[in-house]
Design a protein around this ligand. Structure first.
Ligand SMILES: [Zn+2]
Length: 332
């Protein structure tokens, strides 16, 4: 092969070069240790000095030509290697969010009570000691204060320990009839364990008018329990004590898991305590300026998380706040 043929062969190789592999072949063939250019340079010693000069120049030119071709093309081929649009790849589903289980349950509970004529109201999460305790018949020395160990912001300012102060705020600003539910966050110095959280949600209910009776309270909560937990749910009232109601009761629902036969969830009693309630204490009415001779009323309160845990059999309250996608997706 003379120089002319070498040139022709190179141009042909360049013409047919279409990818990185071809490019590498060209590099090895011409510029490799045993490549054609090296071979030619070795042959130069057999040439006459004039021939050597012109052949050397040509070989240098060819060498440069190959180098610049490789440099230019390797960039181009690398670019091409990057993935292009593949119309056969299945589409990516766009993920939409969903309501949090607490929001879902709260919405459901609100619908049940608004259906019975209750109005949804709210109040501040930072409360005065007066609204959170004093006005609800919980004096400074009352032991209930210890049970509801609270987060103090200032001496007389706390993060509310229950939604009951909303009752006081509403009654102070309105005359009866008052028929409200007040859902919201409450705060207590509690451990963060499977059944406690320092922040959780509560819902307060209050109905005040002339002639409101305990029987109405019972009827209202029975309707709620059956609508929320299922039509076959039974409810039971157990005597209890709250400073702001008299008489007071705990309400238990029949355990849906064992159908009252007894299981670990209900502690083998067949019943689950779900809320506290009672007739509003006359002293609370006095504190808000209501005529205790004319008006009576009932109040009830419960934890939203507890309701959700029973309804959906959620074993650990912490699941609500950990925002694990797998858990949240169950409620989609
Ligand atoms: Zn049970």
């Amino acid at each position: 092969m003379d120089l002319k043929e070498l040139k022709i062969s190179l141009e042909e190789d360049i013409k047919s070069c279409s990818n990185l592999e071809d490019l590498e072949k060209i590099r090895v063939k011409y510029l490799g240790r045993k490549g054609l250019i090296k071979e030619y340079f070795k042959k130069l010693k057999d040439f006459s000095s004039d021939e050597r000069k012109s052949a050397g120049k040509t070989l240098n030119e060819l060498q440069e030509r190959i180098k610049s071709f490789i440099e230019e093309k390797s960039k181009e081929f690398e670019e091409k290697r990057k993935p292009s649009i593949d119309l056969f790849i299945p589409g990516r589903k766009s993920e939409t969010g969903s309501l949090h289980p607490i929001s879902i349950v709260l919405k459901e509970i609100e619908e049940i009570f608004t259906g019975m004529g209750f109005e949804v109201v709210s109040g501040p999460e930072m409360e005065s000691d007066y609204h959170n305790f004093e006005a609800l018949n919980i004096s400074k020395e009352h032991p209930t204060r210890d049970e509801q160990a609270s987060f103090f912001v200032e001496e007389e300012l706390i993060l509310r320990t229950h939604t009951s102060p909303v009752q006081i705020r509403v009654m102070k600003s309105r005359k009866p009839p008052v028929r409200i539910i007040a859902p919201g966050k409450v705060y207590r110095v509690d451990p963060f364990d499977p059944s406690h959280s320092p922040v959780f949600h509560q819902l307060e209910g209050l109905y005040v008018d002339e002639g409101v009776s305990f029987a109405e309270l019972k009827g209202t909560l029975e309707i709620f329990a059956k609508e929320f937990f299922g039509a076959d749910t039974e409810i039971k009232f157990l005597p209890s004590y709250f400073p702001f109601t008299e008489p007071s009761a705990e309400v238990a629902i029949s355990c849906a898991i064992c159908k009252r036969k007894g299981c670990s969830t209900c502690g083998y009693t067949g019943w689950l305590e779900v809320l506290g309630c009672g007739m509003v204490h006359p002293r609370v009415f006095e504190n808000v300026g209501y005529n205790t001779e004319k008006y009576t009323g009932y109040a009830f309160g419960f934890g939203i998380e507890r309701m959700a845990m029973i309804k959906y059999r959620i074993p650990d309250i912490r699941l609500f706040y950990e925002n694990e996608i797998d858990f949240l997706e169950i409620f989609k």
